[in-house]
Design a protein around this ligand. Sequence first.
Ligand code: AMP
Length: 215
Amino acid sequence: MIIAFLGPPGSGKGTQGKRLSEHLKLPHIATGNILRDEVMNASSLGLQSKDIMDKGNLVPDHVASGIISDRINKPDCTEGFILDGFPRTIEQAKSFDTLIGKTNQKIDAVFYIDVSDAILIERLSERRICRRCGWNYHLIYAPSKNGDKCEKCGSEIYQRSDDKIETIKQRLKVYEEQTASLIYFYKQQQKLFNIRGESTIDRVFKEILEKIPGK
Ligand code: AMP
């Protein structure tokens, strides 16, 4: 089963993607997380991407598609996987279809998580993330019980360098200009499931589970 999460930054793709990955026992593949690891390790990909990410722009399509191609070739992906933050452009979506088409695979469902801009800005500007396990916190609504350490693994929690207000606005603009057209792209293919993303994490997750095809 191949499932993709689509939605603006802060809509909950990461949180719900991680949950669904645990529930379905399929790997959660987040291109943003992979890129942040590359930046942290100062690899050549990381060094090329850091500035682009810090400005809230997208890395080139061939870079994002290359990351996915390498990742889904790993043995843990044979039963399927959950995509979070990929594809982000029509070009990426088309090259992904071609890639998985070679092994007669296809995307089964795309969950589009819909959240208003005002809520996205509020969520992103107060968001904090665990450096090791990637668990998400919110300073007001879901702070870590361990202060600045992660409740799950005890590692440091931090603010992403692109979760600053000016960069958040640029990421929302980039989403509208380059990613939002994927809603129509997948709707036409009858793969799109609308999810109301403004309620609690549990309620959003319940709606996703109810909409998984074949469940
Ligand atoms: P995310 O963690 O999904 O919000 O991604 C963080 C940043 O990584 C984005 O703002 C982009 O700079 C970059 N990125 C992640 N996924 C992609 C993608 N599929 N295409 C292009 N850039 C991406």
